[in-house]
Design a protein around this ligand. Structure first.
Ligand code: ACO
Length: 349
């Protein structure tokens, strides 16, 4: 039994905001030169006021389903084909740190309804920027334990610019909005040995002792907003940049080395490493430590900034639609972020 990605999609808000435009619009004491040289970010896409995580997730999911619908039959009526494909989805796993609602319902349930995925179970995953890597493993598990489940949607969706303190220049310039989705199918091909396919192995880790380094400290049950309370800044992500930087370089270095060693392969055997797009300097430092050429790491942070759980599936969809993934290619998806959490999936495309 193998768990294969058969379709990908992404949703990117049309409003593109360059570093200079952001500095002007939000009155941030920064410059394009500082942001580019410290992070590699050139722009981000920002969702409009009325757009929530489920809206972007829905668009990305529809595109991923359209890909498999076209692969299945190429029917003339694309919308009908997507609706039919949605009926075949057995599970929706949606990773987000910026859900539509704080308590209930889950963002996954909103997507399930709007998609018309009537028979799918639906859950959100809260694992910060590692959410998509966790989500793939959770979805594979849901498919593995039940004969009747065959197809899952795994989505990463974020509207981080709504949870940003615009007066914190060390953090606010980093984030962008977007969503990415994949269709994960249970197939009869082998997961190991000759002709192996799909997700070969996954490493998932957590280190809650670093929770304080990335935290949205207001609005939850620890510090609930109280009736009549006036807050100067709406709930937002606070970050200890230096601590996160050091954690991230170590997490990538150790996890990539571990997954290669577990599989008994080297980086030369791998076509792409698709890292969470947090900061180009983090990726470059990890590449140097691993002695892996930087070109092996797919980077699109210049265009989208950090979209947390969405960054890996957005990157995967870009690679896929650009024809840069060949059947049989080995790919590592590598995530790290709030929790702290980190992990990687090794996949045969
Ligand atoms: N523009 C101009 N100057 C700035 C800015 C800015 N946007 N931000 C900080 N500075 C200044 C600081 O005030 C400081 O000035 P000072 O020396 O006069 O005090 C100087 O730049 C250096 O500040 P540092 O914080 O030391 O800058 P650093 O080189 O560490 O870069 C950064 C900061 C980019 C945030 C880095 O620490 C980093 O990338 N950390 C990891 C962030 C990350 O990956 N987060 C993931 C988030 S996970 C999640 O996804 C939700």
């Amino acid at each position: 039994m193998a768990f294969e990605i058969t379709g990908t999609g992404r949703a990117i808000p049309s409003r593109r905001v360059t570093n200079d435009e952001l500095a002007k619009e939000k009155e941030i004491d920064t410059s394009d030169e500082w942001i580019r040289s410290h992070t590699g970010i050139g722009a981000r896409h920002m969702a409009e006021e009325q757009v929530a995580a489920s809206d972007l997730a829905l668009e990305a999911a529809r595109k991923a389903l359209a890909m498999i619908a076209a692969a299945d039959a190429a029917p003339a009526d694309a919308e009908k084909a997507v609706a039919e494909a949605a009926l075949s989805v057995d599970a929706i796993v949606l990773a987000t740190a910026t859900p539509d609602f704080l308590v209930v319902p889950s963002t996954a349930c909103i997507v399930q309804d709007k998609l018309g995925a009537k028979r799918a179970c639906a859950i959100d995953v809260s694992a910060g920027c590692t959410g998509f890597v966790y989500g793939l493993e959770i979805a594979a598990g849901l498919l593995a334990v039940s004969d009747s489940r065959k197809r899952a949607l795994v989505i990463g969706s974020e509207v981080l610019t709504k949870f940003t303190d615009w007066s914190d220049r060390g953090t606010c310039v980093l984030f962008g909005d977007g969503a990415g989705a994949v269709v994960l199918e249970k197939t009869s091909l082998p997961q190991q040995g000759t002709g192996k396919r799909g997700i070969l192995r996954t490493i998932l880790k957590a280190d809650g002792s670093g929770a304080e380094h990335l935290v949205c400290s207001h609005g939850g049950s620890r510090n609930p907003l109280k009736a009549g309370e006036t807050i100067a800044i709406p709930p937002h992500i606070g970050m200890n940049g230096q601590a996160v930087y050091n954690f991230a370089v170590k997490a990538i270095t150790e996890t990539v080395a571990e997954i290669l060693s577990q599989e008994g392969i080297t980086a030369n055997d791998v076509a792409w490493i698709v890292p969470h797009q947090a900061n180009a300097r983090i990726i470059q430092a990890a590449a140097r430590r691993l002695k892996i050429p930087e070109e092996k790491f797919y980077l699109n942070i210049e265009e989208y900034a950090n979209t947390s759980a969405a960054s890996i599936p957005i990157a995967l969809d870009e690679l896929n639609r650009a024809g840069k993934l060949a059947r049989g290619d080995l790919i590592i998806l590598m995530g790290f972020g709030g929790g702290l959490t980190y992990g990687a999936n090794l996949i045969v495309w």
